[in-house]
Design a protein around this ligand. Structure first.
Ligand SMILES: [Zn+2]
Length: 313
């Protein structure tokens, strides 16, 4: 008899009705898309591709989206999820859903966890209990308010944010928005690539200020929290058999930085960003990043990438 393995199905998959979606990505997609099965040899995770707008809506708006149904299935994949990788992913998820952590502090805590995990990995240690202990310690520090304080004391490295913003000038997003809105966002993005540094610095300040006011982040924090949990679950973050946690972290945090900037760019003059527009922006960015993944600078260490990532929070 074949051995059975765990098969996870989140609520956003159960409730999703693929037939109803007419988004541009679905119209070009093969049969079955946007349904995705992350099939590992010892575990399966059902999910949806964020590049579909209806999928983005199902994943990001529902507070219950990540309720998991566990069943058993026959193994399909070839790649094994090691106990170390599984525990690291689980600890990242725990930090992402911890009730006493604001979103940025969750991201910060994940960075601290990965930094420590990389040290263990480099020393050849692979006991998952080390990660469990670290995750619990971070949760305790968060409850005591110490983590948030440490996060607040991170030295700013403005040139990293500037470089990340400038790079956004290269994004070519397939935005399913009315023509005027679409042109507006695309123009604002392409300007970033050619702005002189002093102007770019001003622009960054404007966007950071707008970002704190955009409705998305005051009234709809759910979207960003769900986005984080989705990335961790869907990508089995930091990845199956990943050896460079710094690079994985830099990718994750760069995506968050880009979403914040995109939402600030996409908001109207009153600082309002309709939820539907936010979903379109996030969905289009996901499609782009799948084709054009963020990579760490060549010949840099995991620690260096981690520091770059932290400076983008
Ligand atoms: Zn779709």
């Amino acid at each position: 008899m074949m051995e059975m393995i765990d098969h996870y199905q989140p609520d956003y998959v159960v409730r999703f009705d693929a037939d109803a979606c007419q988004c541009p990505a679905c119209q070009q997609a093969p049969e079955g898309w946007p349904r995705v099965n992350v099939a590992l040899k010892n575990q399966q995770r059902e999910s949806l591709a964020m590049a579909c707008e209806s999928a983005a809506k199902a994943i990001l708006l529902d507070p219950e989206a990540f309720n998991l149904k566990v069943s058993h299935a026959e193994p399909q994949g070839e790649q094994m999820l090691s106990p170390w990788d599984e525990m690291l992913n689980q600890q990242c998820i725990n930090l992402a859903v911890h009730p006493s952590m604001p979103l940025e502090v969750s991201l910060y805590a994940i960075g601290v966890l990965l930094s420590k995990a990389q040290q263990y990995l480099d020393k050849g240690e692979s006991d998952p209990m080390l990660l469990l202990a670290m995750g619990e310690q971070l949760a305790m520090l968060a409850e005591e308010g110490i983590l948030e304080q440490q996060f607040g004391e991170l030295p700013p490295i403005p040139q990293n944010s500037l470089a990340a913003l400038k790079e956004m000038g290269q994004l070519r997003l397939a935005l399913n928005l009315p023509m005027a809105e679409k042109m507006g966002v695309m123009l604002k993005l392409s300007e970033l690539a050619i702005m002189p540094t002093s102007r770019l610095e001003e622009r960054l300040k404007e966007l950071e200020l707008a970002d704190t006011q955009v409705l998305l982040f005051t009234e709809q924090l759910q979207i960003m929290r769900n986005f984080l949990i989705y990335k961790l679950y869907h990508d089995v973050f930091p990845g199956v058999a990943c050896a460079n946690y710094g690079e994985a972290y830099l990718q994750l945090v760069t995506t968050f930085f880009r979403i914040r900037m995109l939402c600030a760019l996409g908001a109207n003059d009153e600082g309002v960003l309709p939820t539907q527009t936010a979903l379109v922006l996030i969905s289009a960015l996901s499609a782009w990043e799948l084709q054009h993944p963020v990579t760490a600078e060549q010949n840099t260490t995991s620690d260096y990438s981690l520091l770059c990532g932290l400076s983008l929070l």
